[in-house]
Design a protein around this ligand. Structure first.
Ligand code: NDP
Ligand code: 8X3
Length: 254
């Protein structure tokens, strides 16, 4: 019997894209979502031909609650057969001392990382509860465990993700649904490019002289979590590059 369908938000890039690849490799049909439709279309075509799995995809902004509701209605059949939700869509914007922060950056981070995650979760989880099984894997961050200078609002969004992760697990106890957070340190994706509003040089310098995690490292962890036996819930997992001990303690070679 082939494994059940997985939903991945933010599948057009980085960790989400790598999760889609890892889950397709293990034979899972997919439902992918992100705002950049062209990227999803290209990825879906590649995964279908490389792994012979069904891949559906939708352009979706997780911040837009009416759009998420309409998506959940339109895709009710696929949601009902899904047993994995990777809540990955997210971003940091800016790296500024709090009083100098941009309110637009704050709104974007909180609306995406907190409310976007809630918008999708509230529409998908009831299907898992009905089925008596399912995995919600939230992509948190070390920023949900430590606060670092100039990162207050991004850290707040990831602390909220961690609270939601814990609260959801409490509220779903007894339903058979598992809830996990994977909290990575530095992962080289488009994350820093987005954080620095497209400044390539600034983004590249984040990883100067150190070896970051790859998106595939995180995806392999997600794939491992959902493949645990049904009675095992990996509740929280912190994944650091060997060169990183905390958000601010990073070993860099000359
Ligand atoms: P990327 O920028 O490479 O990918 C982010 C993904 O999120 C993209 O697919 C983007 O798609 C999607 N996304 C952003 N906003 C929205 C939205 N409003 N609606 C739908 N999709 C959206 O970064 P990462 O892969 O690194 O980031 C993925 C997750 O990992 C984030 O939650 C991030 O906070 C977390 N993380 C990243 C770390 C890192 O160092 N890279 C470390 C720890 C956690 P599109 O633009 O097409 O909508
Ligand atoms: C991304 C890692 O350290 O930039 O969540 O916050 S960090």
């Amino acid at each position: 019997m082939s494994p059940a369908r997985a939903i991945v938000t933010g599948a057009s890039s980085g960790i989400g894209l790598a999760c889609a690849e890892a889950l397709a490799k293990s034979g899972r049909p997919l439902l992918l979502a992100a705002r950049r439709r062209d990227r999803l279309e290209e990825l879906a075509g590649r995964l279908r031909s490389e792994h012979d799995v069904d891949v559906a995809f939708d352009e979706l902004d997780v911040r837009d609650r009416p759009a998420v509701d309409a998506w959940a209605e339109a895709r009710a059949d696929l949601l009902a057969e899904s047993r994995v939700l990777v809540n990955n869509a997210g971003l940091a914007r800016g790296l500024d001392a709090l009083p100098a922060g941009s309110v637009d950056d704050w709104d974007e981070m909180l609306d995406t990382n907190v409310k976007g995650l809630l918008n999708v979760t509230r529409r998908v989880v009831p299907h898992f509860v009905t089925a008596g099984a399912g995995d919600v894997v939230n992509i948190g961050s070390v920023a949900g465990r430590w606060v670092y200078p100039k990162g207050a609002v991004y850290c707040a969004s990831k602390h909220a993700e961690r609270a939601i992760n814990e609260g959801l697990r409490l509220d779903l106890n007894g339903t058979g649904v598992r809830v996990a957070t994977v909290d990575p340190g530095m992962v080289e994706t488009e994350f820093s490019l987005v954080r620095f509003h497209g400044d390539d040089a600034k983004a590249d310098s984040v990883y100067d002289g150190m070896t970051p995690l790859s998106a595939e490292d995180v995806a392999a962890t997600v794939a491992w979590i959902v493949d645990r036996p049904a009675h095992v819930n990996v509740a929280e997992l912190v994944l650091l590059p060997t060169d990183q001990a905390s958000p601010t303690v990073v070993h860099r070679r000359k």
